[in-house]
Design a protein around this ligand. Structure first.
Ligand code: CTP
Ligand code: CA
Length: 229
């Protein structure tokens, strides 16, 4: 029994992971999106599953393979991602690794917008998307005991991440530098910092799989802890 709980410390726990980009339709052939390979989010889902968690992975369009041992729900838009997350039901831990488009087209159309000689380019009006991380972080009886977000920044990484943790209401933020020179987007490695109420922990540059395993182990430690009185 001891061995079992050591190998699968997340047995009996339910996890939700978001991964990949979202796609916001402008018309049937055009969309707004973000850079995101899904490598980090998918690796986190796989790592949580290997530690015994029952994992729902809500993913936007990616080319990385479906990880083994997780329930995968494929979506396109941020609205669909939020609906899929809420449909996952009661969860113990949520990890939001998706690169959600902040805005969608205010008036998407069902017929392809055509170019016409002499007509100026269309103006694209945007509307805000729901914030999935902030929604999952809202205090209440159904809030997961641990909510983890990511902060992909190109400058003022730590200050932005500390601020983002407070603004979103999540427990931890995994902060990573995504400046083009780092090669993080689509790359195999990631240099992250774990921001929590306790402070900031700098992790070494690791393969995205290793970041995932380390985060999953930290999540298991946290959920295994006796609850504060
Ligand atoms: N996120 C989300 N839903 C959104 C936007 C972001 O769930 N509509 C989550 C991301 O998955 C990530 C975290 O929030 O875990 C931070 O995303 P980020 O884009 O860095 O933060 P924003 O609040 O959108 O701020 P900005 O893009 O202006 O830096
Ligand atoms: Ca954003």
């Amino acid at each position: 029994e001891g061995m079992l709980t050591q190998d699968r410390p997340l047995a009996g726990k339910r996890a939700l992971v978001t991964s990949g980009p979202t796609r916001e339709a402008i018309d049937p052939v055009r969309y707004i999106s973000n850079h995101s390979s899904g490598k980090q989010g998918h690796a986190i889902a796989a790592a949580l599953a290997r530690l015994g968690a029952e994992v729902t992975l809500v993913s936007g369009p990616v080319t990385v393979p479906d990880p083994a041992g997780v329930k995968i729900v494929k979506i396109e838009s941020a609205d669909e991602m939020l609906a899929a997350c809420l449909a996952a039901g009661a969860i113990d831990v949520a990890v939001c690794a998706a690169a959600v488009a902040d805005w969608k087209a205010a008036h998407p159309v069902t017929a392809k917008i055509k170019k016409q000689n002499g007509v100026p380019p269309p103006r694209l009006e945007l509307a805000p998307n729901p914030d999935i991380l902030a929604t999952l972080s809202k205090p209440g009886p159904t809030r997961p005991s641990l909510v983890v977000g990511f902060a992909a920044e190109t400058e003022n990484l730590i200050a932005n991440a500390v601020d983002k943790r407070k603004r979103k209401g999540c427990d931890w933020i995994v902060a990573n530098d995504v400046s083009p020179a780092t090669g993080t987007f689509g790359g195999e490695r990631n240099t992250v910092h774990l921001v929590s109420a306790e402070g900031v922990e700098d992790w070494p540059t690791l393969a995205k799989e290793e970041v995932a395993v380390r985060l999953a182990v930290r999540i298991a430690d946290h959920l295994g802890r006796p609850r504060p009185a």
